[in-house]
Write a protein that binds this ligand. Structure first.
Ligand SMILES: NC(=O)c1ccc[n+]([C@@H]2O[C@H](COP(=O)([O-])OP(=O)(O)OC[C@H]3O[C@@H](n4cnc5c(N)ncnc54)[C@H](OP(=O)(O)O)[C@@H]3O)[C@@H](O)[C@H]2O)c1
Length: 330
């Protein structure tokens, strides 16, 4: 192969200076090691780890300079013969970094087959949110049909995936959202009721006849946390998913004893080099619902490759309502 054939476009972090200092450069195509797949990227989702990586604040430390981007949809170019993947296969997947580029390399167990019916742009908006929601509800929360769940940040990327999947499991979903537009979005993706963060405790009690909910899913944290515990029925469980509200809450544990409450931490580790999650196993639960449209993500914007750094900045500045996807190949 001639040298220029091995060069590709990539969104590079060279300074840890934040999204605005990400640069599009031409760099060598990554080389695949045994156990990895080389994928031609068609579309990549913009996710919160991209913001953190652009400042060097992500838990996974990657030496400068490097290519950002954590989730993608594309076609396999090279894979081990016994990997289950062959050149040309359509896949979606995740990588610790490197997805905002023409080609990405990732371990073969971090990609799963993508059905022909799902286009690359829709698929690229799914991996982190869809897999994290499944992990939270099934593996950590053990959600049962007929249970009632309260979802904070329900119109956010993760909140939408949680709402869609909780409905598929036969739960009743009460969505906590801060604006009428977000309420409309939450209802559109399946929420049974929407309430405001400012009086969610009294509203939850009203909607559940004073009993409370079986499960709270909380990607927000902050000030709401104690009222979230109060919103639980006896033997309820609260899943800790994130802290978009800013502060990390603390809890007086006597509260847990009095009501047989369980607090469950949730970290979907698909981006980590060593991980306890299994994408193929999760895909076994999810693929049919990706096909029947029940997990269709809400995409606010599709941008060209040149605009990938701006898209990461938009997410950082909280100017997005749905998912932004970077179209890498036409
Ligand atoms: N644990 C895991 O495995 C896992 C997996 C994926 C994501 N996460 C985490 O989950 C969190 C949510 O991710 P996401 O992609 O859904 O984010 P997102 O799309 O930005 O949504 C976050 C939601 O949080 C709410 N919020 C409350 N206070 C806020 C504040 N001060 N600033 C901004 N938003 C605020 C907003 O809803 P309202 O305005 O309606 O309140 C917003 O819609 C992130 O912290 C992410 O890192 C965790």
């Amino acid at each position: 192969m001639r040298h220029h054939d091995t060069l590709m476009r990539a969104v590079r972090n060279t300074t840890h200076g934040g999204p605005r200092l990400l640069e599009i450069q031409r760099v060598a195509r990554p080389e695949r090691a045994p156990g990895e797949v080389l994928v031609e990227v068609h579309a990549a989702g913009v996710a919160y780890p991209d913001v953190l990586q652009s400042r060097g604040e992500y838990q996974l430390r990657i030496p400068l300079p490097f290519t950002v981007g954590c989730e993608f949809a594309g076609r396999v170019v090279e894979a081990d013969e016994d990997s289950g993947f062959a050149p040309g296969d359509r896949v979606i997947g995740v990588a610790g970094s490197g997805a905002f580029a023409d080609y990405v390399v990732t371990p073969a167990d971090r990609v799963v087959p993508l059905p022909d019916q799902v286009d690359f742009v829709a698929a690229a908006a799914m991996p982190i949110n869809v897999f994290s929601a499944d992990f939270a509800l099934v593996e950590r929360g053990r959600l049962q049909p007929g249970e009632t769940v309260l979802i904070h940040g329900a119109a956010g990327g993760l909140g939408i995936a949680l709402t869609q999947q909780a409905k598929l499991h036969g739960a009743r979903v009460i969505a906590v959202v801060s604006t009428p537009e977000k309420a409309e979005l939450a209802r559109r993706v399946g929420a049974d009721e929407t309430i405001s963060p400012y009086d969610f405790l009294s509203e939850t009690r009203r909607l559940t006849g004073g009993r409370g909910v079986d499960m709270v899913l909380d990607p927000v944290g902050g000030e709401r946390f104690t009222d979230s515990l109060r919103a639980l029925a006896p033997r309820g469980r609260l899943l800790v998913l994130g802290f978009t509200g800013g502060s990390i809450p603390t809890v007086r544990v006597n509260r847990l004893l009095l009501t047989n409450t369980t607090i469950i931490g949730v970290a979907w580790e698909g981006l980590m080099p060593v991980s306890s999650v299994s994408l193929p196993e999760q895909w076994g639960r999810l693929a049919e619902h990706v096909l029947d449209g029940a997990l269709t993500p809400v995409i606010s914007e599709v941008v060209s490759f040149e605009h990938a750094p701006d898209a990461v900045a938009e997410l950082d500045e909280r100017r997005t309502t749905g998912k932004i996807v970077v179209r890498v190949r036409e």
